[in-house]
Design a protein around this ligand. Structure first.
Ligand code: FAD
Length: 389
């Protein structure tokens, strides 16, 4: 269905991946983003082999290599002693095993690279300051309306507008967005602020009791991205991200190893954020008429398998492949949902299981046999470029 026109609501990692994938199949696409300036928060994101296949396919391996850092050495460490509990060395191992790298990237670098590629294909594709507010189906298409009074029409509409998706609300009504009880402090630290002994291994996760601290390198080792997870009874802030308080974070992680303390103390104040983690129940289905959901709008998940962006990236390419393969829009959306629903919902549910496992685990009893992650669940075995749809 190469002569289709797709409307994409939301210019995050999922929306831009879908836009680029559709463009490369020759499908006309326009992206409508609510905020006035396209961008991403200052944080890192792990790209596992299953989603790296897509980025390699869409951007080219050289471009992916230019923005991503491949961690050579890695460890899960005891929070108190810093002792290595599990060696998670990666390097070129994932590429040899799965055909694509396990790597880490600054979210803004990935987002900017995707946006530049989309604009290079079509300078008029991205429309900022277009907050989606409603949709209407006609006999011949679907029309989206925006808070600024504009409208746009196409053959299909893809809701890529994140966990608080307005498209999802339009299609499936209002349902509760629940605070998970997890809060993440996130920061970016210039690595030249740290003593050399704190720069090894490339990536490390410190397992504590009800607390976890993860850090890895982005921008080719210039910056450390860290995420420090803790629990709260409630999240009172209006938004789901707000500036973090260093003292509050240090008090919560006061018994963590000196390396953790040093990284926390080195974070520039304007680079420290606190995120409440929210979720929603799985939907029975995503597609209604000519509209469907993609990324967090379809399957928001906790970050405990590091797969939220990965699933959005996978969705984007499969959507393009479904549109290319189908004779009409119904077949395209059916193929997309048939290919993606089970995997997206499984990963979403498993991310919750893993959240509880991580929260309840005893750091004195961690070993490779009981360790669970996206790889042990078999998620890296999936290649969205070649999987049958
Ligand atoms: C602490 C933390 C760590 C994480 N780490 C990882 C990781 O290591 N690996 C990984 O794979 N994932 C990770 N994730 C998950 C990942 O960030 C998300 O799953 C991913 O960003 C989802 O992308 P998306 O494009 O679907 O949604 P979003 O990134 O939320 O993008 C949605 C876009 O839609 C726009 N929008 C919203 N409403 C409207 C509207 N009405 N009209 C128009 N536009 C609208 C928004 O402005 C935004 O640009 C992490 C998440 C958290 C919270």
């Amino acid at each position: 269905m190469r002569n289709a026109r797709a409307l994409i609501i939301g210019g995050g990692i999922g929306g831009l991946t879908a836009a680029l994938a559709l463009q490369q199949k020759g499908i006309a696409v326009s992206v409508y983003e609510a905020v006035a300036k396209l961008g991403e928060v200052g944080a890192g994101v792990t790209i596992t082999p299953n989603s790296c296949h897509v980025l390699n396919h869409l951007l080219g391996e050289d471009v992916v290599a230019s923005i991503c850092h491949v961690p050579v050495s890695g460890a899960i460490k005891h929070y108190l002693t810093g002792e290595t509990l599990i060696d998670t060395r990666r390097g070129d191992g994932p590429k040899l095993q799965y055909g694509a790298n396990y790597c880490q990237v600054h979210r803004a670098d990935l987002h900017e690279t995707l946006a530049a590629a989309v604009r290079a294909n079509d300078p008029d594709c991205l429309h900022v300051a277009h907050r989606f507010v409603g949709l209407e189906e006609t006999a011949t298409g679907i029309t989206a309306s925006f808070a600024n009074g504009a409208t746009a029409s196409g053959d299909v509409l893809l809701g890529c507008d994140g966990i608080r998706s307005a498209v999802r609300r339009q299609l499936w009504g209002d349902e509760e967005i629940k605070f998970t009880g997890f809060v993440a402090f996130r920061g970016l630290v210039p690595t030249d602020r740290l003593a050399p002994e704190f720069l090894e291994p490339d990536s490390a996760a410190f397992a504590g009791r009800g607390h976890t601290f993860t850090r890895y390198k982005v921008r080719h080792g210039e910056l450390y991205n860290f995420v420090a997870f803790t629990r709260r009874d409630e999240w009172a802030a209006e938004g789901w991200s707000e500036p973090g308080e260093l003292d509050e974070m240090l008090a919560e992680f006061h018994d963590f190893a000196p390396e953790v303390q040093a990284i926390m103390r080195a974070v520039p104040p304007d680079q420290l954020y606190k995120w409440g983690l929210f979720d929603r129940p799985p939907l029975d289905r995503w597609t209604k008429g000519r509209a469907t959901l993609l990324g967090d709008a379809a399957h928001p998940m906790t970050p405990f398998l590091a797969q939220g962006a990965a699933m959005a990236i996978e969705d984007g390419l499969i959507m393009a492949r479904a549109l290319e393969a189908a004779d009409d829009w119904q077949e395209a959306l059916e193929r997309y949902e048939a290919a993606r629903y089970e995997r997206g919902t499984f990963v979403m549910c498993e991310s919750h299981v893993n959240a509880e496992r991580i929260y309840k685990r005893d750091p004195d009893k961690i070993d490779r046999k009981t360790h669970r992650n996206a790889e042990s669940l078999g998620l890296y075995d999936y290649n969205p470029v070649t999987v049958e749809i």
